[in-house]
Design a binder for this molecule. Structure first.
Ligand code: 13P
Length: 249
């Protein structure tokens, strides 16, 4: 069965709930398709408003993070249980900005991803190398380590449910997009590693996205590569041209 592509927007810390509501009200009809899975990962405070506007459409709403405990004394945190109760089907886990600014470790990414699966939320697990690591030819080694820790303790069935986003850090918000060949090479290596550990079925099922300066102009060449199953889009997901990213074909 061919893998359905996912075009996910990561709004990061942008738009107030009111502005979010306006934006999705405007974009709803343009982004609503069943050809690809469209997911908007919005700030927690906008989840409800965006979800209400998108009701009845094929567009899904996701969170950008979640805690690995169900509840307790974790001031300022939001649990997977809370998101699941709201009917939120996706959460980004381990984005490089969380790793960098909030000291999220590979182990935390693993625990959060396992918890997401247990809660019925699909984790979009982010991995990616820095420019320095790429320049010193450590890309594959870095990716392989991040991946193996992230999926530790998962089963082949779990793997079929998760989404992996390859986001080279040097391409995020820089306008320096990876070439389709660079992105494909890493996504193929990710799929190969999954296959070696979890079997061919899991490798064929897992969806691997590319993220980093995706725009309406480069989406088509990236997303038509055989091992790239769509994108995780930052800046461009906040623009009216996001419609063109979604309809990249
Ligand atoms: P940009 O698309 O703005 O480069 O951001 C990518 C990203 O971080 C998506 O998670």
């Amino acid at each position: 069965m061919p893998r359905k592509k996912i075009i996910a927007g990561n709004w990061k810390m942008n738009l107030t709930p009111k502005k979010a509501e306006e934006f999705v009200t405007d974009m709803k009809a343009k982004l609503d398709t069943d050809k690809v899975e469209v997911v908007l990962c919005v700030p927690y405070v906008s989840l409800h408003a965006v979800q209400s506007v998108l009701k009845g459409s094929n567009i899904k709403v996701g969170a950008q993070n979640m805690h690995y405990m169900d509840k307790g004394a974790y001031t300022g945190e939001i649990s997977g249980e809370m998101l699941a109760d709201m009917g939120i089907p996706y959460a980004i886990i381990g984005h490089s900005e969380r790793r960098e600014y909030f000291a999220e470790s590979d182990t935390q990414v693993n625990i959060k991803s396992l918890k997401a699966l247990k809660t019925g939320i699909t984790p979009i697990i982010c991995i990616g190398e820095t420019l320095k690591q790429r320049m010193s030819e450590r890309t594959f080694c870095v990716i392989s380590k991040q991946l193996s820790i992230a999926v530790d303790g998962m089963t082949a069935d779990d793997i079929a449910k998760i989404v992996i986003a390859y986001e080279p850090i040097w391409a995020i918000g820089t306008g320096k997009v990876a070439t389709p060949e660079q992105a494909e090479e890493v996504c193929a290596a990710i799929r190969k590693q999954i296959g070696e550990k979890f079997g061919q079925g899991a490798a064929d099922a897992v969806r691997i996205l590319y993220g980093g300066s995706v725009t309406a102009d480069n989406a088509n060449t990236l997303f038509k590569m055989p091992n790239i199953d769509g994108g995780l889009v930052g800046g461009a997901s906040l623009q009216p041209t996001f419609e063109k990213v979604v309809h990249f074909e």
